[in-house]
Design a binder for this molecule. Structure first.
Ligand code: BMA
Length: 315
């Protein structure tokens, strides 16, 4: 490595990609954008797959070490066929994030339909059965991540509405019951002529560190060759997550491996899950080119330092 090159913040796992469609025992075109949690010492992954008609479902895989995953023979969640959910999940379910609160694993996912994209909330205790709670947004809002604890008696989420006037920015909202949300405000916007200038969105479920809540997010830059999706990191105040302590100026990961550069949608690394470990590292999971799952590790203190030492302006 030349002295000019930065040590990679995220060290890719040597066995990437860790999961592909060849590992799935039913016909799918892709395996990507997975939420991951560690429960009772095992890693549980809920991943998105495109079916061969282009619509998405969610599958489940388990692992003892966080890298070698075995896929369950049946899908975890397929679009509802009945009632309100049947109407709003008609085009598929996508991009799950998992957040543990007490004994519940809460899953936020994108529900696509002819009416646009909304976010659904589902709950499981054992990953055996899953119960839909409610749709928790209107259209067109995506990338909802929950914080794993309440603040001032309320649940807190980050989300990403879109409007022509304020494109694709990160907002925070509060709820007494996980179903009704409000008190929303914008907290981070894309930065002009920066790697995340086109859009940003919450990625992995935020996790608690000594210095604040770490939020691994995605940022998009439009080029003559299409959009490039990269990952960055934001640090939120421990007691008031609407307070931003820093937004790392530099990305932490960009598409580089062949399966990140070429796939279903090229030049994409997109994260829906990260697992902090007791040794001060975090396992970060990302979809490569919307086709395969990849993993890597970073030191939590390095990510926090990037936010605190060289922050770009949040707004
Ligand atoms: C976003 C979402 C993600 C996807 C990304 C790159 O808009 O659809 O699921 O990974 O685009 O294609």
């Amino acid at each position: 490595m030349s002295p000019k090159e930065r040590e990679p913040v995220v060290k890719r796992y040597a066995g990437n990609p860790i999961l592909t469609r060849d590992d799935v025992p039913y016909p799918v075109a892709t395996v990507h954008n997975a939420g991951v949690v560690k429960a009772d010492g095992r890693y549980i992954m809920i991943f998105r797959s495109h079916l061969l008609n282009g619509r998405s479902i969610l599958g489940m895989a388990e692992s003892a070490d966080g890298y070698k995953f075995k896929v369950r023979p049946e899908p975890f969640m397929t679009p509802s066929r009945d009632g309100v959910l049947g109407e709003y999940e008609e085009y598929g379910v996508e991009d799950p994030r998992i957040c543990r609160i007490d004994d519940d694993f809460l899953i936020t996912y994108s529900a696509y339909s002819r009416h646009g994209v909304r976010i659904g909330l589902a709950r499981t205790r054992d990953f055996g059965s899953v119960e839909r709670i409610s749709l928790i947004t209107q259209a067109d809002l995506r990338n909802v991540v929950l914080f794993p604890q309440k603040f001032g008696g309320r649940y807190v989420r980050l989300d990403r509405p879109h409007s022509e006037i304020s494109p694709w920015s990160m907002w925070i909202s509060y709820s007494p019951d996980l179903v009704h949300w409000g008190d929303s405000k914008v907290i981070v916007k894309p930065a002009g002529y920066h790697w995340d200038e086109m859009k940003i969105g919450p990625g992995a479920t935020p996790f608690r560190t000594e210095s604040g809540w770490l939020n691994i997010y995605h940022g998009v830059f439009r080029t003559m060759d299409g959009a490039v999706y990269r990952l960055g990191v934001i640090l939120h105040d421990l007691h008031d997550p609407s307070r931003i302590l820093g937004v790392a100026d530099e990305w932490i990961l960009q598409p580089e491996d062949p399966w990140e550069v070429t796939g279903y949608v090229h030049n994409v690394v997109f994260s829906c899950g990260a697992v902090p470990e007791e040794d001060g590292t975090v396992k970060i999971y990302w979809g490569g080119a919307d086709k395969v799952m990849c993993a890597g590790t970073a030191r939590i203190s390095d990510l926090a330092a990037m936010c605190l030492e060289k922050s770009r302006s949040p707004m």
